[in-house]
Design a protein around this ligand. Structure first.
Ligand code: NDP
Ligand code: 2IT
Length: 450
């Protein structure tokens, strides 16, 4: 008897819950993908015959390790480090490192699982992985950050390499941390393997445009959605959550395309500036001084700082770009955005919308750019950094930016085409998930039982 697509997906989801008890974020990420894949399994039962899903949800390898380090008072501290090497069918494991106190196995597994499909969608030869630590960088001195990074890399260096696993940044890991991590990797290896990390400084193998790539890419993706409706960013009111790497460059590109960005946030609250956010102030506060976003109002007294949880989504806007963290936009927030007339939502963060929130957007005809597609520009330019490192050359900003724009346009087209082909026109969640899945699944079949 053949198993129906729905039955197969449900059966494997039960296995996932049983094998990974309590890992709610991982379950959520798996559920979103699984529901999207039913239409492809209905048309192509070959994936069920090869039991592809049960293989895909099991990481190829999970590494968990002790990270001992010494703080400025001379006290020994201990954190937990992770690297989840999820899938290497189409290339070396690739994905960022997150340093945040909320990091645990569930968070890293959800991120690593999503990364498989996102990386496949970019069209670049990169597998999926993710790592990080429950280390909290807030309030730590530069020297403490460096010592932590050195200890973290002393262990991680045994498991990564330019052809095996190539980490990069994510929450709490930016250019400063990548520099310290690279220095320690080089010391451990005794060789200059530039391609082992991406997001490096421009003077030691970094790529132009990598800093901007995720935020710019998200805006390029939303722009593709708007163009299809004969619309654009021109004159639109935009709300961007977060004020880190992704948010800053999403604000920059949206503004460049003629929009007015009126709000951004950090974990303490959000600022609303009806005149449009002054990005130079945000950049200085966040990238240089590492201060809280509420300081913005000291320099711009016309702006307001507010602290209600999730309140940023109550600001009326045409376009919402959640760029902070997972599950920052719930069903209630989605309903508020819809009733305020939101036209488009682009996920710069990973899994920022809950499953219920996504349903609200799709049911109300909001143009919805899901994370795997909309924020893939960062990892796509990471792959371009790897290519430049292999060739020992450096492309110009304009060259990389043009490639990024083409990649985002291709991801959009691929998602639209697959949504249409599998019976859900306009549903880019289904389209992106199927497009990302199909390449990895076909390669896994071609490579035997892996
Ligand atoms: P950063 O560390 O640069 O910035 C994160 C921002 O989000 C900060 O403003 C931070 O505020 C806020 N934030 C983080 N956690 C929370 C929380 N629990 N509640 C409220 N606000 C929070 O990280 P990135 O900009 O690099 O990453 C942002 C998102 O984009 C993440 O989901 C990441 O996975 C995703 N992403 C990043 C890519 C990249 O290239 N960097 C690529 C693709 C996706 P605070 O400072 O107060 O913590
Ligand atoms: O979520 C992501 O795609 C990232 N944090 C970027 C990963 C990368 O390897 O550039």
């Amino acid at each position: 008897m053949t198993t129906s697509a729905k039955q197969y997906v449900n059966d494997v989801f039960e296995i996932v819950k049983k094998r990974n008890p309590g890992e709610t974020e991982f379950h959520q990420a798996v559920k979103e993908i699984f529901d999207s894949l039913v239409p492809i399994f209905e048309q192509d039962p070959v994936y069920i015959e090869h039991n592809i899903l049960e293989r895909m949800v099991e990481p190829e390898r999970i590494i968990s390790f002790r990270v001992p380090w010494v703080d400025d008072e001379g006290k020994v501290r201990v954190n937990r480090g992770f690297r989840v090497q999820f899938n290497s069918a189409i290339g070396p494991y690739k994905g960022g490192l997150r340093f945040h106190p909320s990091v645990n196995a569930s968070i890293i597994k959800f991120l690593g699982f999503e990364q498989i499909f996102k990386n496949s969608l970019t069209g670049q030869p990169i597998g999926g992985g993710k790592g990080g630590s429950d280390f909290d960088p807030k309030g730590k001195s530069d020297n403490e950050i460096m010592r932590f990074c050195q200890s973290f890399m002393s262990e991680l260096s045994k498991h990564i390499g330019p052809d095996t696993d190539v980490p990069a940044g994510d929450i709490g890991v930016g250019a400063r941390e990548i520099g310290y991590l690279f220095g320690q990797y080089k010391k451990m290896r005794g060789g200059y393997e530039a391609g082992v990390l991406t997001g490096k400084g421009l003077d030691f193998g970094g790529s132009l445009t990598r800093t901007e790539a995720t935020g710019y890419g998200t805006v390029y993706f939303v722009n593709e959605m708007l163009k299809d409706q004969n619309d654009s960013f021109e004159g639109k009111t935009v709300v961007v959550s977060g004020s880190g790497n992704v948010s800053i460059y999403a604000i920059e590109k949206a503004t460049e395309l003629g929009a007015k960005v009126v709000a951004c946030s950090d974990s303490n609250g959000y600022i609303y500036d009806k005149n449009g956010i002054n990005l130079e102030t945000v950049k200085r506060l966040k990238e240089v001084e590492r201060k809280r976003i509420k300081e913005y109002v000291n320099e711009h007294p016309e702006a307001e700082f507010k602290t209600e949880d999730g309140g940023i989504w109550s600001i009326p806007c045409d376009i919402a770009l959640p760029c902070a963290t997972q599950n920052e936009l719930n069903e209630e927030a989605a309903k508020t955005l819809v009733s305020n007339g939101v036209k488009a939502v682009g996920e710069g963060a990973n899994m920022p919308s809950t499953l219920d929130a996504i349903d609200v957007f799709l049911d109300n005809g909001v143009l919805f750019g899901p994370a795997k597609a909309a924020n893939a520009g960062g990892v796509a330019v990471s792959a371009l950094e790897m290519a430049q490192n292999s060739a020992r050359l450096a492309w110009t900003f304009e060259e990389v930016d043009e490639k990024l724009q083409n990649i985002m346009a291709n991801i959009y087209k691929n998602s639209v085409d697959n949504a249409e082909k599998y019976g859900h026109p306009g549903n880019l969640v289904v389209g992106a998930n199927i497009a990302g899945f199909r390449k990895v699944a076909d390669v896994m079949i071609a490579q035997g039982v892996i």
